[in-house]
Design a protein around this ligand. Sequence first.
Ligand code: ZN
Length: 80
Amino acid sequence: MDKQRFCESCRRFINVEYLYCPWCGVEKDHSLDLQESIEQSSKEMEIILKEDNLQRMEEILNQIDRDMLELMLSREKKKF
Ligand SMILES: [Zn+2]
């Protein structure tokens, strides 16, 4: 199975073999893998909770949902 990683800049999934993010053009070295990205989001969320910034938190949760959905869909596709 192809490994996927997150683009640090736009947070979309990219195949690890890509040197650049096809979505926003950011270089590979600046990107994080899935786990790191989720960890970073949780840290970000802690800070946001302290700041009581609910709107920003909602944005991050929605982004995580979308990323998870993309991951599941890309796995589904590979079964066929
Ligand atoms: Zn990107």
